[in-house]
Design a protein. Structure first.
Length: 268
């Protein structure tokens, strides 16, 4: 079972959780941090080599959570152009293409291996999607997508994997291909999510920023940080709120607190 609530207040830690986080202040050395940044693409490529297409479940919840994927069609049979920034192996892309035959999708990922998996998927069709490898912090999206041509950009569990100092570069890049008046749909890890509290000592890279054992990194967003990030690049905030879920494992009598940030930012 699970229940979910949305709102603007961050999750309140238990005294034990707060104490554990307060104790864990030692940061990974600068040398190792630079190495992780340099090897980021390699680490994600190895992640997909190990897990193939099996790690993430297909995300059939996107149209439920983001009505905009349907509502931005002004009339029936309107063609909709989307960009999935950081598409992984297509867990979000293919359910969307199956659900709406009027969607044309651009999709890109940091990992060349992930892009290959997308292209090998039986649902992949060059008539309905264009998939390419891209480092969103430095490769210009205009090389693959016309300026001001995209109706919706999805940024789902992607920005958290990027160094906080470079996140603004991703948003600036996306801004160029988004049509005026259209929006970015965002969902990612929120502050004090269960995953953040599970990191062992020696995993901390900076404030709310951690490294997993496989070398991939994860940032945990506050509502304020995300809002400032988007607004600084010229976006207008439409919705920006925490989604708190408690997933209950009755068999083991465990209550797992999940926290995400779910948001929508518009290009004026």
């Amino acid at each position: 079972g699970a229940f979910q609530k949305k709102g603007h207040s961050a999750r309140v830690l238990s005294p034990e959780e707060a104490e554990r986080l307060a104790r864990d202040q030692v940061l990974v050395s600068e040398f190792k941090q630079l190495k992780l940044e340099k090897e980021a693409q390699k680490n994600w490529d190895l992640f997909y080599k190990r897990n193939s297409t099996n790690f993430f479940k297909d995300r059939h919840w996107t149209t439920r959570e983001f009505q905009e994927l349907k509502a931005c069609c002004e009339f029936a049979d309107q063609k909709l152009t989307i960009l999935e920034a950081g598409c992984g192996v297509g867990n979000c892309l293919f359910p969307l293409l199956e659900e709406d035959l009027n969607i044309f999708a651009y999709a890109c990922d940091f990992s060349p291996r992930a892009v290959e998996y997308v292209k090998k998927n039986a649902l992949y069709s060059t008539e309905r999607c264009k998939v390419f490898q891209c480092d969103l912090t430095k490769d210009d999206l205009l090389d693959n997508i016309p300026a001001d041509s995209v109706d919706v950009v999805t940024l789902i569990f992607v920005l958290s994997a990027i160094h906080p100092d470079k996140m603004h570069l991703v948003l600036r890049n996306i801004y160029k291909v988004l049509k005026p008046g259209k929006c970015v749909l965002f969902r990612d890890y929120g502050l004090y999510d269960h995953a953040m509290l599970r990191f062992k000592s020696g995993s901390k890279l900076g404030e709310n920023f951690y490294v997993r054992q496989d070398g991939t990194r994860s940032y945990f967003f506050t509502e304020e940080f995300l809002s400032q990030l988007f607004k600084a690049e010229g976006y207008e905030q439409v919705v920006n709120e925490y989604v708190q879920r408690e997933t209950v494992n009755r068999k083991e009598d465990l209550c797992v607190p999940r926290v995400f940030l779910q948001s929508k930012f518009q290009k004026p």
